[in-house]
Design a protein around this ligand. Sequence first.
Ligand code: TMP
Length: 210
Amino acid sequence: MNKGFIISLEGGEGAGKTTILEKLVAWLEYEKVDYLTTREPGGVRISEKIRELLLDKENTDMDPRTEALLFAAARRQHLVQKVLPALNENKVVIFDRYVDSSLVYQGYVRGISIDEVFKLNEFAIEGILPDVTLYFDLDPKIGLQRISDGDREVNRLDLEHFSFHEKVREGYLLLKDRFDRFKVIDASQSIEGVFSQVKAEIIKAGIVNE
Ligand code: TMP
């Protein structure tokens, strides 16, 4: 049992997860760590199809529970087809978003409740939780500004009101008090500053030796 290792990256829009992920991968390559990176929702064919439905700007009438079920369905398929085989090969699996995104976005922000969404997800993940979660904490004003300055395509969730993004941050900060695996990374620093905090957490977790 207990093979492999799961790291999840979490945060609001524009917090810099993707940029840091690129740097993290380069470092893990250099350190010869056997890893797999993946993203949610998506990562395998069926889950990418569900992702299209979820992020489609036309689907403004989607019910919150439908949204939660679709995220959980995408998660399940991805876990079975891609993540479990990698864990069985003892890989370090790095998720760009995992179950905590559902707890925050569907559970807290959409108002279903964190506990209800956790129950729903337990059915999908059967106990496969992250070993370490790196939460990139940033004032959403700065995050949304970064997105509008960059060339990343705007999706359905980016178009939510500002209060939605403020609640996303509140939700993550609630999870921090709930789970020991949650590590808060100050994403307002320079990229180098953020990355050195990330490296320190990875070393602490024993993935890379100091
Ligand atoms: P991203 O590709 O920028 O991370 O966008 C994915 C969007 O989906 C982001 O706004 C967060 C949202 N999301 C949820 O609401 N619930 C989930 O379970 C996941 C994985 C993502």
